[in-house]
Structure formats: C-alpha cells, structure tokens
Design a protein around this ligand. Sequence first.
Ligand code: 6PG
Length: 243
Amino acid sequence: MKTDAEVLTFADTSRLIHATAEAIVQTLNAAIQERGRASFVLTGGSTIRPVYRLLTADYRDAVDWTLVHVFWGDERHVPHDAEESNYGMARKDLLNILPIPENQIHPMPTSRSPEEDASAYEEALRTNVDDGPPGFDLLLLGMGADGHVASLFPGSPALDESERFVLATQAPVGSSVMNRITLTPPAITASRVVFFVVTGERKRAAVAAVQSGSASALPAALISARERLVWFIDVEAAGKAAE
Ligand code: 6PG
C-alpha cells in the first residue's frame, strides 16, 4: 500500500535534527511495544550524522537499544575501517556508544566482490524473515542532489528491480567510491516507516521535483512505505517558509 508522504519543514537545522531524533525514538519504541524488537536501517551520508550523535546523547535512555537490530540501506564497497565506510561512520557516531548487542548489528559485507557481498546480504535478510521482503520497522534515507537514495542512482537498472532485495551498483564516475551495495526499491518500500532527512539549497530542485510528482525518473520518487513516509527537510531544501 503506497502511503502519501508527510513533509515536515524546519526553519533551522537544529530543530530538524531534534525532530528527526524524536521521531526515530517514537517509531522504534512503537515497534518494540508491538513486536518486542525493532529493525532499524541506517543511511550513510553526512546529513544524518548529527541525528546519530543526538541519539547517543539526549536519547540514550529513551529506547531499550538492546532490542534494536541494525541494518544498512547501502554501503560503499570499501573496508569497514575506511574513511568512506557507512558502517565505519555509524560505528563512530552511534554504535560504539549505544548498547546494541553485536549480534544485532548487521553490516553489509565488503570483503569479496560487490556481487558476492550483495548476495550474502540478501541471504542474511531472507533468513531473518519468514517470506517476502524484509519489512523493516524504520528505514532512514538521505537524498543526493541528483535524487539518488541509498546507492540507487538515476538511470541505474537497479531502479527496475522487482525480485532482489540487495544489489551491487555503480555510483556515477567521479564519486568517491564507485562500487556500491544497496537495498533495492522492493526492500526499501516494504519498510513500515521511511524517513527522508534532506537539508540544503542544493537539494531543492530534487525535493521540488519529487514532491510535485513530476520526477518519476528520480530514484527518490520511487520511494514509498507501508505505513508512514516522512520527509524531514529544512527551508533551504524546501525553497519556502517553514510551517
Ligand atoms: C551514501 C548514502 C547516500 C546519501 C546521500 C545524501 O552512502 O552516501 O547512503 O544515499 O544518503 O548521498 O548524502 P548527504 O547527506 O551527505 O548529502
């Protein structure tokens, strides 16, 4: 079931970061209350980092983190201790501080070929769920100025994938790391709740195109959620006044 997106626009980044952290906590707690655990998919990129750091500071005691299972929406195909690693970034900002059990942290592997590592992650997701797509409780996404989400880039064949949940993809030439692993649209849109966290004037055109419905080709325009899809954006990305 496609859900209409909610768009929350914030006058400044601090309010956006606090509202996003608050919403993450509420969503994880609702999942824990309903199902005894929460599956939480992290995004890479820089926008989300202050949210991760705030969760470890102001919200460390607001969630029973021992009941949270962590996954990734995408990964750069580099060693986990490389500067560009999404796993490495989340470790520093979030996972080295919150009491999430190690066996509940599921990084995308990057030690074999991108295709082999993508298949391995797909296999791991499939063993975690009875049948069908993973159905994550909360999945975070950033968005590039080109409208990419996770490592689903404009024009990628992965945008048309209907069976696989994880694929190896290529970032555009000139990207810091071209070899990527990413969840596919079926895996992302099967999530109960999806939060976009997007700030800055350079994202404005892509945000406007997605929200106007005139951007069917943009990866971000493909994203829906089973229960709730929320855009957390600032006035620069919105190109208009906050509500
Ligand atoms: C990554 C992310 C990617 C990111 C966007 C936005 O691996 O880099 O998953 O999809 O979320 O590129 O990045 P910024 O938040 O840094 O603009």
